[in-house]
Design a protein around this ligand. Structure first.
Ligand code: HAM
Length: 426
């Protein structure tokens, strides 16, 4: 019989306890931060009708990156590649019952058929934070502030990352200045999105292909933020982006800059777009991003719903934490391991474990009856911080020696002493 491989499917991860610990740390920081701004959690199924993504997500994601299959009832089903269409569907479905502005978040797992590489896998988890029903620039400012606060709560300093902002409306104004039609505008947007991934000459050739001789003037503008802003200063979109930058800086968010090459891949963005980048040369990549999308609910025939949001992936976030030495050391969620010197103390150990659990501790009993040294090794290897060994003395006196494995420190006492000692060190 041929053996089945123990490797996971290409591009997805198994989470052994050490990896799950890191993910839980990340999710806890995400939840704490967004809830502190008043966002509440929602969730949905990973399966969606395929048509949900056709209208607005963009060609690349639908044609090349979705996992789509036909179910037994002949329906086309997609494993969600992003959460935005799902949450838009949910809001559209209850639009008359919900009250706005609505602050919602979720941490779904998403599937994209990508070439697995650093920062890009086929399954990732993504914090989605969105404010529905908010048309003013204050909402855009709040979402960027939420992202900034999350980075700080994860231990980042202002020099570790930079926030780049742009505006799709500003770019539409720029395209109008060059009299680009819809097709040329769409192609230019996609090209700008790729600008930092291709060579300068490839960029120039492609720009020339799209707009002919004007390409030089266009390039001159997008490579100088001052020149671009000067040219468009009369437009509302330029005024809006200046207000956004000034407000962020006033709030103490200074690692922010305007960058006209930030376009974001999805077609549904309509206004301000932003992207957070790692500044370290080792991991110089986009960490997460989002923006304003005011028209997405239209596809459900729903009332217009101005919305801003962003998505932060767990893979890029973990690479960031690793690069900047911000990953916490693994510790088991088990507080205490009870070792038995002989089988006759099992009933006593079980009673003790039960009492300690009711007092809030996580306790495991070792029923192996191996040598005490071996039992301690198991606790140590599994990173359980404390042990107690039960022998004749402990079973008759109800007094125990609690040992902290990393320091060797010992505390002698009753059940309450054990609880207070462990709780004090948590
Ligand atoms: P996105 O830029 O496609 O936007 O993804 C957001 C983030 O998810 C990325 O910056 C990255 O951290 C992570 N990510 C995306 N694809 C992968 C992958 N294959 N492997 C690992 N991480 C990945 C969106 O998905 C928008 N729906 C976000 C949004 C929410 N916009 C408004 N609200």
């Amino acid at each position: 019989m041929s053996k089945i491989s123990t490797e996971s499917y290409k591009g997805v991860r198994d989470f052994y306890p050490e990896e799950k610990f890191i993910q839980k740390h990340l999710f806890a920081a995400m939840r704490k931060t967004v809830e502190s701004f008043g966002y509440v959690e929602y969730d949905a199924s990973v399966l969606e009708p395929a048509e949900l993504y056709r209208a607005k997500s963009g060609e690349e994601i639908v044609n090349e990156q979705t996992y789509t299959f036909t179910d037994r009832g002949d329906r086309e089903v997609t494993l969600r590649p992003e959460m935005t269409p799902t949450v838009a569907r949910m809001v559209a479905s209850r639009q008359h019952d919900l009250t706005f502005p609505l602050r919602w978040y979720s941490i779904p797992n998403l599937f994209r058929y990508e070439k697995p590489q650093r920062g890009r896998l086929r399954e990732h988890w993504q914090l989605n934070v969105d404010m529905f029903g908010a048309s003013g620039i204050s909402a855009d400012i709040e979402l960027i502030t939420v992202g900034y606060t999350l980075m700080k709560n994860l231990g980042a300093t202002d020099t570790d990352f930079i926030i780049k902002v742009n505006s799709r409306t500003l770019m539409t104004d720029l395209f109008a200045l060059f009299s680009l039609d819809d097709d040329q505008s769409h192609k230019t947007s996609k090209l700008l999105d790729r600008k930092n991934k291709i060579s300068e000459s490839d960029f120039q050739t492609a720009l020339n292909d799209i707009m002919g001789d004007n390409w030089k003037d266009f390039e001159r503008l997008i490579t100088s933020q001052e020149r671009l802003m000067e040219k468009l200063e009369h437009t509302d979109s330029a005024k809006e982006i200046i207000t956004l930058l000034e407000s962020l800086i006033r709030q103490g968010i200074k690692n922010v800059e305007f960058d006209p090459t930030i376009m974001r891949g999805f077609d549904y963005y309509t206004g301000i777009v932003f992207e957070f980048f790692d500044t370290s040369p080792e991991n110089n990549r986009s960490l997460f991003g989002g923006g304003r999308y005011d028209d997405l609910l239209d596809m459900f025939g729903a009332r217009k719903m101005p919305t801003v949001g962003f998505g932060m992936g767990d893979v890029t976030a973990q690479d960031f934490l690793q690069t900047h030495n911000l990953l916490p050391a693994y510790q088991s969620s088990t507080d205490l391991f009870i070792c038995l010197l002989a089988s006759e103390y099992e009933a006593h150990a079980d009673d003790l474990a039960k009492t300690l659990r009711t007092k809030g501790l996580n306790v495991a009993v070792n029923y192996s009856y191996k040598k005490i040294g071996d039992q301690i090794k198991v606790a140590d290897k599994q990173k359980v911080p404390y042990i107690i060994a039960i022998g004749e003395n402990e079973a008759t006196s109800n007094t125990y020696t609690l040992k902290k494995l990393d320091t060797g420190e010992e505390t002698r006492g009753d059940v309450d002493t054990i609880v207070s000692t462990i709780e004090a060190k948590k």
